[in-house]
Design a protein around this ligand. Structure first.
Ligand code: SF4
Length: 504
């Protein structure tokens, strides 16, 4: 891939006690499209009058939400019922062609139907899979989410809920889950709380039957349907949403998964992945991301220029660096440094994943098709260009070249995160360690030379953590393993990216 952005591997949504459950799930998934673009699916729960039993119809396919659900009749004739779960999936190349990997999964189980949508990676998936294989279990998918279904169905516990709890006690790693039974919507966050998951509500909790309740990876999905954010699903929490709880003003049963490794929410969600208009881990992403930019301004401000020079401009690599760049430019101004926030790079939003870029230098053409410069702004200026992270660096290098070709007097690169030195094993898709730009050079100066910039500065790990804790006063800890190689939950470092493709 030419322009490697770290990718989330899923967005999840659930609706309960809601006459428009599937439709709201569709809108929620659309708001969560950035968390996965390979495939999308919805499973609902309803009672089949002809069969006289509860059923879980599903509709899923490869593609974006708006393309998969392009026929309104799907919601009127198929995805019926007052409860639904949905899933957007991003997958790395190998597994993406396997249709059976598209979530949510549904199984018919001795205690009823069970639907599941998962965001994350299980770190003990290989061990569990080997155990099942030895017992002769047949797998239908190459996703480690299926393991949760097998663990549930093979549990010796009595009730459906106890079987699910038994399954959850055996998995490790990163998982935010929504599970749909014939009577419940169950929302789960792993004990470390790697991935975000929030609870929302629509309607009056005191009305007969109570309000409708929702869970979503990010709160922007609630905004889409007019629901209000109630709270986060806590790290290690199993929240059981049922009709009784809805009728009692949202008084739901909640259980705790024992914690072995503390809490380590993914700091990369704040750096890059989540939308700035979402609240995750209890705080608005916009606020945290601005604070990250401010911290970088204190560590590596804009260069000072002489009075007779034009005002230096600070430009983001759009769109993901927009918010942190605003924070950076404003803080530099507060520090008395002459600079101005500008939009010097314009992004074309219509470059799909299937873009082929025929011709000799396909990589460069891909970058040029995605970004263009605003030449009038850049000519004879000191330009400070900012991105949220550099993973492989190929895009950054082309962008620097484009800025120079547009007449920038000097180009200074600022990165609102530390150097990415290690892959993620908790639900984000990274290249292998050797492919990470930071591992190919001794220090930032050497990287800067390769990029062709006049100066390069990354935010320090301490600076990042200071910014995040400063903006979000919660006590919970964070994972920053991709910047430090300190993995909060043990991982098998010998697992290659290709083996990870087995996983969700
Ligand atoms: S390794 Fe990085 S991307 Fe993965 S969970 Fe930790 S902070 Fe997030």
């Amino acid at each position: 891939m030419s322009d490697y952005k770290v990718k989330e591997e899923c967005g999840i949504f659930g609706a309960f006690n809601d006459p428009a459950a599937a439709r709201h799930t569709y809108y929620g998934l659309h708001a969560l499209q950035h968390r996965g673009q390979e495939s999308s699916g919805i499973v609902s729960s309803t009672f089949d009058e002809q069969m006289q039993q509860p059923v879980m119809p599903s509709y899923k396919d490869f593609g974006l939400v708006l393309d998969v659900f392009d026929d309104p009749a799907i919601f009127e004739t198929q995805l019926l019922g007052n409860a639904a779960i949905g899933h957007n999936r991003y997958s790395t190349s190998g597994a993406s062609t396997n249709r059976s990997n598209i979530q949510p999964f549904v199984v018919h189980h001795r205690n009823g139907n069970l639907g599941l949508a998962h965001n994350g990676n299980l770190s003990n998936a290989r061990k569990l899979r080997d155990r099942f294989r030895d017992k002769g279990t047949l797998f239908q998918t190459t996703s480690d989410s299926e393991l949760i279904l097998h663990l549930t169905s093979q549990s010796d516990e009595e009730t459906h809920f106890e079987q699910i709890r038994d399954a959850l006690s055996q998995i490790e790693g990163a998982y935010s889950l929504v599970l749909l039974t014939d009577d419940h919507l169950i929302a789960v966050r792993d004990a470390n709380g790697f991935r975000p998951l929030a609870l929302g509500r629509l309607g009056d909790p005191d009305q007969e039957g109570g309000a409708a309740y929702f869970v979503a990876s990010e709160t922007c999905a609630f905004d889409m349907i007019g629901a209000e954010y109630i709270r986060d699903i806590e790290p290690g929490e199993i929240l059981v949403i049922d009709r009784e709880g809805c009728a009692n003003g949202g008084d739901f049963d909640s259980y705790q998964i024992p914690s072995k490794h503390g809490v380590s929410q993914c700091v990369f969600e704040y750096v890059y992945f989540s939308r700035p208009d979402s609240k995750i881990f209890g705080e608005m992403v916009d606020k945290v991301r601005r604070r990250i930019g401010e911290e970088l301004a204190r560590e590596a401000p804009v260069p000072e220029v002489s009075e007779d020079e034009k005002t230096p401009i600070v430009i983001p690599v759009p769109d993901s660096a927009n918010t942190s760049t605003l924070g950076y430019a404003m803080e530099c101004q507060k520090m008395g440094l002459r600079c101005r926030f500008e939009l010097g790079l314009i992004r074309n939003h219509y470059v799909g994943r299937t873009f082929i870029a025929p011709g000799q230098d396909r990589r460069e053409m891909k970058v040029r098709c995605k970004f263009n410069t605003v030449e009038g702004l850049l000519r004879d200026r000191t330009v400070i260009v900012m991105d949220d992270s550099i993973v492989r660096g190929t895009t950054a290098r082309y962008l620097v070249n484009m800025l120079r070709e547009s007449g920038a007097k000097s180009v200074h690169f600022r990165v609102s995160s530390p150097r990415v030195i290690s892959p993620c094993f908790y639900g984000m898709d990274f290249p292998n360690k050797s492919e990470l730009l930071a591992n190919q050079f001794e220090d930032a100066d050497e990287i800067g030379e390769w990029l062709g910039v006049d100066s390069l500065a990354y935010l320090s790990v301490d600076g990042l953590m200071k910014a995040v804790h400063g903006a979000n006063k919660q006590d919970h800890g964070y994972c920053n393993a991709c910047f430090t190689a300190n993995y909060p939950v043990p991982v098998d470092m010998s697992t290659t990216k290709e083996e990870n493709e087995w996983q969700v």
